[in-house]
Ligand binder design. Structure first.
Ligand SMILES: CC(C)(COP(=O)(O)OP(=O)(O)OC[C@H]1O[C@@H](n2cnc3c(N)ncnc32)[C@H](O)[C@@H]1OP(=O)(O)O)[C@@H](O)C(=O)NCCC(=O)NCCS
Length: 396
């Protein structure tokens, strides 16, 4: 590909100019860009920006990639960067990456630039573009969805966090430095792969599970909010309770690292429609009392599974039942889910009580459904809920 000027929706992609050095330097010193673009020098100075303009950028073009400044079409001021790199010519494949300067965020710059370069790359003959994000970089995952990329999976430990940050200033996504001059020595991290094919629709990728309203779901007594990376302590406590462990598959306590990973991936799992992890919060105090999880296990039939747990000191106050009702209302009315189901151990009467209070009906016992301790199989009592079955407390 040859450098061009590419017009996007409210943005222009053009080759870099010498005059961009100060803006590149200011943007690449930004903490968010430093956090999510591996291999950037730290601290990032104008000398690094000049290196990019004179060496990094031409080298990207020379190896078959593309490096564009994203600018305001009216003022020509630099807003961000977008590029292609890691070209696999025999597969007509490349990786797209971007950053947006702090002064231009949250107004569609990344999505517009990604859409524009994607269309241009497909017209130039690429068949498949990959976009790799860190699990916790959900802003970038939202960009991927907005630009029509689809989730393909987690590439375990595919990224490298270079500690000797001496070189690249590329528009690359998270990943190892591309010029070979950064030494390893840092940790490795997972990368989530988002992919668009040349014949995929250009529209934003539809989502199975929409976002919750700002502030979460509340009935004035309990509030449900999404689980996030800062919730490891309470999630670890909840999921290592013996009665919660008994329902895990396999029935063994998770490690703290397992829980940290679950919290780190929670928003991403929501974005891809795999499930919604929520915390049940006391609306008055903001304290977390328990958790609810919705696994969208059968989107084709509109069926999702509900899991629930409450810390012992929060039990017996009807808070979980309120939470289940709130989540069920959202699942049916907003997410368009047709049926919820839940499975409990047959002896877990308190869980069954909560389900029945919210309107779930027992459907039967699946014999030997789950792996139990010491190699035995354990039964599962199955419950189902349709929208018209939700039971509500009488109005006072
Ligand atoms: C990720 C980044 C490029 C987003 O740039 P941006 O121009 O602000 O993104 P856009 O305005 O195009 O937003 C696209 C979507 O993401 C959402 N979004 C962007 N930033 C967000 C944030 N911080 N929190 C939640 N949502 C966010 C927008 O609401 C929009 O969603 P919508 O399509 O549902 O409306 C920018 O935050 C950035 O430079 N981050 C550091 C570098 C980086 O992560 N690069 C990508 C590496 S994979």
């Amino acid at each position: 590909m040859e450098p061009q000027v590419i017009e996007g929706d409210g943005v222009r992609l053009r080759p870099y100019r010498d005059g961009d050095a100060a803006d590149v330097a200011a943007a690449c010193a930004d903490p968010l860009i430093q956090r999510f673009l591996d291999g950037l020098p730290s601290p990032y100075t104008e000398a690094h920006a000049r290196w990019w303009l004179t060496e990094g950028d031409p080298a990207t073009w020379a190896r078959g990639g593309a490096a564009y400044a994203v600018v305001d079409p009216g003022t020509d001021r630099l807003l961000g960067a977008v590029g292609l790199d890691r070209v696999v010519a025999p597969r007509d494949q490349a990786e797209i990456g971007y950053w947006v300067a702090p002064w231009a965020r949250r107004r569609g710059v990344a999505a517009a630039a990604t859409r524009a370069l994607t269309a241009y790359a497909f017209a130039a003959g690429f068949a498949r573009l990959e976009l790799l994000t860190r699990p916790e970089n959900t802003a970038s995952q939202r960009v991927a969805l907005a630009a029509g990329y689809r989730h393909e999976g987690v590439r375990r430990s595919a990224g490298r966090t270079a500690t000797d940050r001496t070189a690249t200033v590329g528009p690359a996504t998270d990943g190892p430095a591309t010029d070979g001059s950064s030494s390893d020595g840092g940790g490795r991290h997972d990368l989530i792969a988002w992919v668009r094919l040349a014949d995929d629709p250009a529209d934003p990728t539809p989502r199975l599970l929409p976002d919750l309203p700002a502030g979460g779901l509340t009935d004035g007594v309990v509030t449900l909010r999404p689980t996030g990376p800062d919730d490891v302590d309470v999630m670890y406590r909840l999921h290592t309770l013996p009665e919660v462990v008994a329902n895990r598959v396999p029935p063994a306590p998770p490690s703290r690292a397992d829980i940290a990973r679950r919290c780190r991936l929670a928003e991403s799992n929501w974005l891809i429609g795999a499930g919604a992890d929520l915390l049940v919060v006391d609306t008055a105090t903001g304290e977390v009392g328990g958790g609810l999880a919705l696994r969208y296990d059968e989107p084709a039939t509109g069926q999702a599974m509900l899991g629930a747990s409450m810390l012992p000191e929060w039990r017996g106050r009807g808070l979980l039942t309120r939470g289940v009702r709130l989540l069920a209302d959202w699942a049916f009315d907003v997410a368009g889910i047709a049926r919820l189901w839940a499975g409990t151990r047959p002896e877990n009467v308190s869980a069954q009580w909560v389900l029945e209070k919210a309107g779930f009906r027992p459907e039967g016992v699946q014999v030997g459904r789950l792996p139990g301790p010491d190699g035995v199989r354990v039964d599962s009592a199955v419950y189902g809920l349709l929208p018209e079955m939700i039971s509500r407390p009488p109005a006072t």
